[in-house]
Design a protein around this ligand. Sequence first.
Ligand code: HSE
Length: 433
Amino acid sequence: MKINVGVIGFGTVGSGTVRILLENKETIKKKTGVELVLKRIADLDIETDRGINIPEGVLTTDATKILNDPEIDVVVELIGGINPAKDFILKAIQAGKHVVTANKALLATEGKEIFESACRKNVCLGFEASVAGGIPVIKVIKEGLTANNILSIYGIINGTSNYILTKMTREGVDFSTALKEAQERGYAEADPTFDIEGIDSAHKLTLMASLAFGIPLSYDSLYVEGISGITSMDIEFASALGYKIKLLAITKLINGEVELRVHPTMIPEDYLISKVDGVLNAVYVVGDAVGETLYYGRGAGDMPTGSAVVADIIDIARRIRDGVSGDRDLRFIGSETHLKVKPIGEIESMYYFRFTALDRPGVLSKISGILGEHQISIASVIQKGRKVGEAVPLVLLTHTARERNVQEAIAKIDRLDVVSDKTVVIRVEGEQE
Ligand code: HSE
């Protein structure tokens, strides 16, 4: 049996996908009995040599040659961005073709229409490659752990920011040097703001949460904070306290409310996820039956992401082979409308504060007084250095507190005349001491 595939977008992920389709064709055929035929590749640039031997007549600059070809069964969208990617996907679905995409930004922000139209036309929409690159985490949530009520997901799902934080931690380099290197290595999004400000992680978390809990795609209600405000000083303090700082994407379902947040997080350094360094990603999924599970691997790059794209194509090929059309499970996304996203002010966490306060008797009691008024209990305090009458960093860890109380207390503390700079606040995960 043959399945015809058309790939739109011959960039980094497109090249990996094409290479795997061509080089692993026989293996795939042996495993599934299906021959995947790369019928066309569309890209505006068909001149650049990607180092792959493309069969004659496959390359085109015209995407409609794929969208309008009745012989093409699966359309793979790898151009990224909102338009024309959205238009291509909707047209492919309309033509009754199955779609595979790595486009997390599009699905997270405008996915409702796309998922609905795939369900209406009874075609498959594969998006494994859109979350954590080569790690098959969509399959984990959708299939491997289907038997569970998913309780929570914690992910390091942006390689660029993990690479930057790791470099800053290990080598003490500054933020911009580390970012530049990540860009040169091709990890960063076209707009690196997406990586460093947590937006890319937020897109991926939106998709995982909807798949895990059935909530509508909730990108607009997600709390996002990136890593551009993290300094070497905070990394050093965190390390002295036994923590690593990671950009963590967190979602939890508690009493009918879903927490949905991306922010720098201090994690005890002996946790497995703290050891996920460099460009690598990890996703920790907790189910009520299975307990804790952890998935680790490459979250970006041509071949790892191509591996996820081709896995989706193979899944679709298997369904066509077995006479199954469409993917009924996609209807779960957005079906649990009674579940609400918890506003960030309502969440509870432990916190790290770094105050810049005058080194003078009575300052700590002023700060701790305000914290006490807001029901924030102190777990430990460190002051490094002694500069009587000058501003010094004063670091404090709290027990579990409510975010709204923390925001109010910090706003009050920052107005004290003994506090000379904006307080740094980092949420802390781990066991309460
Ligand atoms: N820019 C993304 C990252 C790559 O750094 O993880 C793929 O999503």
